[in-house]
Design a binder for this molecule. Structure first.
Ligand code: SAM
Length: 295
């Protein structure tokens, strides 16, 4: 594929390939993705959009992106719209990704929380944009590493993502061996075992799975949660949002955070907007909620 070629019958093409793909098609797809998920698609991603969606056009027997746009714009085709969203979002994740966050969680955040849980308190952690579950399971391993008897206390990890496919993968908790690389050997021995009927795959231990609840949730949609969290991991997702959407997400977290609780964000992200006045940096891409909350 080469950039911008011309075809008299279909207008200027953004990407030259098997299917006609014009700037108008790109704008429509970008607008749908922005409206559905808050994701901002710059024109520099045109080739990526083309290559990720071309297989959908092929599977559906469509001749052009114009036809595909018409199809996904129709409310009757919600399943295909969901497939488009899944094809255009990035689900890259790893166990213990950005390990300093898990060290901070283990050394600074969890010890007082787990003591409070032993005295009857509750502990709530949230992996917002959890992808296929490696992040919340890493959080669960960190909890169980400190408190093997965590199941006896009121300790829960909520794991949410907009993409139902990755939510289902997380819920299943089965990963191929090459994906376990980031798990410290001791945790790997303790918390994973060969998945029955799935050679080369490993299943997360029941005690991990029991701590984590997987749910579909759109960060730019309604959030049903009422209680407060003691730590939120929202990493490597707002980087795909526009500036305004980013600051709205940060602002919406603050009423859901307990006093003194922590927010962990991705390595190339930063807290912006009104939330920045109450979320104080404490270490690398780690923020602590201070006294005041933004209006
Ligand atoms: C790159 S992954 C990050 C996974 C994990 N947090 C990590 O850092 O390893 C980004 C995830 O954000 C999800 N996502 C994108 N837009 C979203 C939205 N509006 N609401 C919730 N999740 C979203 C994608 O489905 C994807 O699973």
């Amino acid at each position: 594929m080469t950039a911008v070629a011309m075809k008299a019958d279909s207008g200027p093409r953004m990407v030259d390939g098997e299917f006609a793909f014009t700037a108008e098609d790109f704008r429509k797809i970008a607008a749908m993705l922005h409206g559905d998920a808050g994701i901002a698609l710059p024109e520099s991603k045109a080739t990526l959009v083309y290559s990720r969606l071309a297989k959908r056009l092929r599977a559906l027997g469509l001749a052009s992106f114009r036809d595909y746009c018409a199809l996904v714009a129709d409310a009757a085709n919600i399943d295909e719209r969901q497939r488009m969203l899944a094809a255009l979002t990035t689900n890259v994740t790893r166990f213990f990704r950005e390990p300093h966050h898990f060290d901070h969680l283990r050394d600074k955040v969890l010890p007082p929380l787990l003591d409070a849980a032993r005295r009857g308190g509750k502990v709530r952690l949230w992996s917002a944009a959890c992808s296929s579950g490696q992040e919340p399971y890493s959080m669960a391993m960190t909890v169980l590493g400190l408190m093997p008897e965590a199941a006896n206390y009121d300790i829960r990890i909520l794991a949410t993502d907009i993409d139902p496919n990755v939510v289902a993968e997380g819920h299943a908790g089965v990963y191929s061996e090459n994906l376990l690389a980031g798990i410290p050997p001791e945790f790997r021995r303790r918390f994973t075992s060969a998945a029955p009927g799935s050679p080369g795959s490993y299943r997360m231990a029941e005690e991990l799975r029991a701590l984590v609840s997987f749910r579909e949730l759109n960060l730019i949609g309604d959030w049903p949660m009422k209680g407060r969290f003691d730590a939120i991991f929202c990493r490597n997702v707002v980087i795909y949002f526009g500036e305004d959407t980013q600051s709205q997400v940060w602002r919406r977290f603050t009423p859901l955070m307990s006093q003194g609780s922590f927010l962990y964000i991705g390595h190339s992200e930063r807290v912006s907007g009104p939330a920045a006045s109450v979320l104080h940096p404490e270490g690398i891409t780690t923020y602590r909620l201070g006294a005041e909350r933004p209006k």
